[in-house]
Design a protein around this ligand. Structure first.
Ligand code: C6P
Length: 424
């Protein structure tokens, strides 16, 4: 179904506060109709990666079957078409994030590479011995380890904003941790392990009052809520295409031009230079300065198709739909005996991270899988926050725009079955 038809469908089928007809959305995702272990697939591992709509799959197939070619380098029609579509993907992302300039959108492989790029360029240039980088206690390893590596290299210190038992940042402590030594704040907009949505706009304003730039990890937020980087006023924003219903291997680093223009290259090679001699190389302007080598052309095209799809549905509609579903699931899961939810923040989205009394998360995950329910179990690449709650693993069910109340009911039924099978 085209997104225009879908948007029309939304108006026609609008029923109460929920913004779209989920059954029509599901028809766009071919993978969702399959059975696993003989049971209908209930895919609740969306925080890990989301499924892809037909529009994204078709865009990839069309590129490879009709105009596959390298970009920026080919002097023929296919190369022109590929370049136009590849740069078109960048323009779509610019509009999606409401970035003021095309040059502020840098293609990377994923959110992880985006953070590493900033640490290795901006960080290496500006962070000195005795300086501090401030992150939060709920960060994913992707927003911890790159800063640790930088701190070790520079003799700087990593500081951590603490959280309360609900999984909310302690904002008074945050403000106290900001000092003239702080060179950058790195915070997630939404925690993958708890679901907490952080007040990044306010936190950025606070950091800016102290003259400190802020990197926002949008890996979990960008596909659940509308993001406006100008309104947020972040200095850097990263996300991964594969969580945003797009292909793997493509991600975005947004950076304010004033920063990108002053940052040294990340990697050296073709396409990121102006001139090269054996004595000296001059570097290209952003974003190309940071994009050495043949890029993930299909990735940009597929991500552009994903952005079109989401824009057609409307991020506000998606947020409203998922908010309703989240509340339904929270109530339903609270009825499961012995279920302990980790992360009960007031502002929370689309993630249920929980433990079942007396049942190891690995066992729960396996028994859920056999009933067709796909979840993630483990530490979710966020060891420190699990340690903060004194646990080594949780079961995590996470939502996307195509999940339904019926699927939540199936999860709840399956959890009862897990308890029965495990004798709990
Ligand atoms: N979280 C999860 O199951 P990459 O791997 O670069 O696409 O995304 C890294 C990343 C960064 N920040 C946050 C908040 C994330 O949740 C993730 C990825 C997945 O929770 C895979 S570990």
């Amino acid at each position: 179904m085209s997104t225009a038809t879908l948007a029309k469908g939304i108006e026609e089928t609008l029923d109460g506060p929920i913004g779209y007809d989920v059954q029509r959305v599901r028809e766009d995702f071919p993978i969702l109709t399959q059975k696993v272990h003989g049971k209908p697939l209930v895919y609740l591992d969306n925080a890990n990666t989301t499924q892809k709509p037909r529009q994204v799959i078709d865009a990839l197939a069309t590129y490879y079957s009709e105009y596959n070619s390298n970009v920026h380098r080919a002097s023929h029609l296919l190369g022109e078409r590929a370049t136009e579509a590849y740069e078109g993907g960048r323009a779509k992302v610019q509009r999606f994030l409401n970035a003021s300039r095309f040059e502020e959108i840098v293609f990377v492989r994923n959110a992880t590479e985006g953070v590493n790029l900033v640490a290795q360029t901006f960080g290496r240039k500006y962070v000195k011995e005795g300086d501090e980088i401030l992150i939060s206690a709920m960060e994913h390893h992707a927003n911890i380890v790159p800063w640790q590596l930088l701190c070790a290299e520079k003799g700087a210190t990593l500081r951590v904003i603490p959280i309360n038992d609900a999984g909310e940042l302690l904002l008074d402590e945050y403000e106290k941790l900001l000092s003239p030594r702080t060179k950058l704040v790195g915070i997630t907009q939404m925690s993958n392990a708890l679901g907490t949505v952080n007040p990044v706009k306010e936190m950025i304003a606070t950091a800016h009052r102290h003259g400190v730039p802020v990197l926002v990890d949008g890996a979990q937020s960008a596909y659940h809520m509308a993001v406006d980087v100008q309104d947020m006023d972040c200095d850097f924003f990263v996300f991964s295409g594969h969580k945003l219903y797009g292909p793997t291997g493509i991600g975005i680093l947004y950076g304010k031009s004033e920063h990108l223009e002053n940052m040294p290259p990340f990697m050296g090679g073709g396409d990121m230079i102006k001139t090269v001699t054996f004595e000296e190389t001059t570097f290209g302007d952003p974003p190309y300065r940071f994009e050495a080598g043949t890029p993930h052309i299909a990735g940009s095209i597929g991500l552009g198709a994903a952005v079109d799809y989401l824009t057609g549905l409307g991020m506000a509609n998606i947020a409203a739909y998922e908010r309703d579903l989240m509340a339904y699931g929270t109530a339903a899961l609270s009825e499961v005996p012995g279920l302990r939810m980790m992360g009960t923040a007031k502002h929370k989205a689309s993630v249920y991270s929980f433990l079942l009394d007396g049942i190891h998360p690995n066992d729960a995950g396996e028994l859920l899988d056999r009933q067709g329910i796909a979840v993630r179990v483990g530490q979710h690449c966020a060891h420190p926050v699990l340690q903060r709650f004194g646990v080594t693993a949780t079961v995590r069910a996470s939502l996307a725009c195509y999940n339904t109340r019926e699927e939540i009911d199936a999860l709840v039924r399956a959890l009862h079955k897990v308890r029965e099978l495990m004798g709990a």
